[in-house]
Design a protein around this ligand. Structure first.
Ligand code: URA
Length: 228
């Protein structure tokens, strides 16, 4: 299956999902969106009112701010893939429950596998909790770490930063460093891909010195040819 086909298949399963109670109150499911070759995947918490109405992630105020943050990194929203840990809106924007997170988890896993992004940016504590459950966002925000075969950068949630002015300069500085971190991730992943290739297809064995064709004759003086 191509990436396009995998993502379309997941989106169609999400729209019919009844894996937790959130399907009863949703207007639309929000599977996520973005280019299939995205190097960066942003994962938020869950759809809010506007996202539920439109079936698209981060289209409200937090989404507008996310666009501004990406611009600080020289990126447009259309260049990154954007999704959430839960695909249906928790009523009144409450925190997602553990059973809702686990009902949606496989969708996110499959999206990550299909996209194979170089960097995952977790937005907020629920998304961070999937990758680094014991971490404190106030300590680890903006720090990139390799988890399996991808890099993860925990960031504050844009909505939290809009509500708490002390987070604003921090989240802006974290996004501004993204180009530098992306370069580090690209180099590291290219190097490990080369290593994997070398392991899978070791270079051809060195050829032995060619033996003289006529071993016995090699030190003999050239024979005289008889001429008739
Ligand atoms: N907040 C989120 O975490 N996700 C959205 O899609 C919108 C707001």
């Amino acid at each position: 299956m191509t990436t396009h086909e995998s993502l379309a298949q997941i989106a169609s399963e999400v729209s019919g999902c009844r894996g937790c109670a959130l399907h009863k109150t949703r207007t639309n499911s929000v599977p996520g969106e973005g280019p299939e070759n995205a190097e960066i995947m942003c994962i938020g918490e869950g759809p809010g009112f506007n996202e539920d109405q439109q079936g698209r992630p981060f289209v409200g105020q937090a989404g507008k701010f996310l666009g501004e943050l990406l611009a600080l990194a020289g990126l447009q929203r259309e260049q990154v893939w954007i999704g959430n840990v839960v695909k249906c809106r928790p009523p009144n924007n409450r925190d997602p429950l553990p059973e809702e997170l686990s009902a949606c988890n496989l969708f996110l896993e499959r999206q990550m596998a299909a996209l194979a992004p170089k960097i995952i940016i977790t937005l907020g504590r629920f998304s961070m909790g999937k990758f680094v459950p014991a971490a404190k966002i106030s300590v680890v925000h903006g720090q990139m770490r390799k988890i399996g075969d991808r890099f993860v950068i925990p960031m504050f949630h844009p909505a939290a930063a809009l509500h708490n002015p002390t987070y604003l300069p921090l989240i802006k500085a974290d996004f501004a460093r993204l180009p530098e971190l992306l370069e580090v991730a690209r180099k590291a992943l290219d190097a490990s891909a080369r290593e994997e290739l070398a392991k899978a297809a070791p270079s051809a064995p060195q050829l032995a010195e060619p033996k003289p064709l006529f071993e016995a004759q090699k030190d003999e003086a050239p024979k005289q040819m008889k001429l008739f």
